[in-house]
Design a protein around this ligand. Structure first.
Ligand SMILES: NC(=O)c1ccc[n+]([C@@H]2O[C@H](COP(=O)([O-])OP(=O)(O)OC[C@H]3O[C@@H](n4cnc5c(N)ncnc54)[C@H](O)[C@@H]3O)[C@@H](O)[C@H]2O)c1
Length: 252
């Protein structure tokens, strides 16, 4: 489905991003595995190459605009052009009510989850606009379309990503660049099972959270990757500005 397309994926060293890299490569894409964590990112890229796919690792911290610009430039110099990007790097909420968040908490979460996506879109546009276009997918969240207790930092950032997706789609239309978002429900990645589950408030709310996913279970990283693959492919040629729910019905 992505045969020959060059695709940059941020946060591709773990969880949803790592599965996207594996699935996109297995479907013919040449992927850049970008992450701030060198060991995990290099591991994912090596694993893809060992299975016969095409992948390179590039260190990238999405909170640093120069680092993002360098990762995009690495993608175009490695593969000749940038056809697609999945702006997926993210960190979880600080698990506090809004009045307990410090300035550092707010800046940390918005810095990665919203400003990081801004930098990625800006530099991906610069690479794609003179090459005839491309497709960009931002990993938002079901928290990008509804509220959640103890998560105002994350909810604000992810609503921002959904708004940014719509506005960038308007700018991208005349340039042949489609911009969409995916809004996953709870997916048991390291973010969820190793970190959020350590928070007593979050883990106590887990059963209620599961029931709100009307399909009756949490999601799998492959289910997010499949949606990303569709949006990045030519099958989605008339889809732009869409915050696609991949949340088992959580937000309905
Ligand atoms: N897991 C869920 O339930 C869930 C639900 C909805 C949305 N999401 C979103 O999906 C995305 C991926 O989350 P995940 O669950 O796979 O998490 P994860 O923690 O397993 O993976 C996140 C990856 O992003 C990388 N990263 C973090 N900050 C970075 C930075 N500044 N620059 C570059 N890389 C950075 C990490 O090193 C890690 O490899 C995030 O944007 C998250 O908000 C996750």
């Amino acid at each position: 489905m992505l045969s020959g397309k060059s695709i940059l994926i941020t946060g591709a060293g773990s969880g949803i991003g790592a599965t996207c890299a594996r699935v996109f490569a297995a479907n013919g894409a040449k992927v850049i595995v970008a992450d701030r964590d060198v060991d995990s990112g290099e591991g994912v890229a090596a694993e893809i190459r060992d299975s016969g796919g095409e992948a390179r690792f590039r260190h990238c911290d999405v909170t640093d605009e120069a680092s993002v610009a360098a990762a995009v430039s690495f993608a175009t110099s490695t593969y000749g052009r940038l056809d697609g990007a999945m702006n997926n790097a993210g960190i979880e909420m600080r698990n506090k009510p809004v009045h307990e968040l410090t300035a550092q908490d707010i800046e940390a979460v918005l810095g990665v989850d919203l400003v990081g996506v801004f930098y990625c879109i800006k530099h991906e546009f610069l690479a794609m606009k003179d090459a005839g276009g491309g497709s960009i997918v931002n990993t938002a969240s079901a928290s990008g379309v509804r509220g959640q207790i103890n998560a105002s930092d994350y909810v604000a950032a992810k609503h921002g990503v959904v708004g940014l997706t719509k506005a960038a789609a308007c700018d991208g239309g005349p340039l042949g660049i489609r911009v969409n978002a995916i809004c996953p429900g709870l997916i048991m990645t390291p973010m969820a099972k190793d970190r959020l589950m350590n928070d007593p408030v979050f883990s106590q709310a887990l059963e209620g959270l599961r029931q709100r996913h009307v399909i009756g279970r949490f999601g799998e990283t492959e289910e997010v990757a499949n949606a990303g693959m569709f949006l990045l492919s030519d099958l989605a040629s008339f889809v732009t500005g869409s915050p696609m729910l991949v949340d088992g019905g959580y937000s309905v």
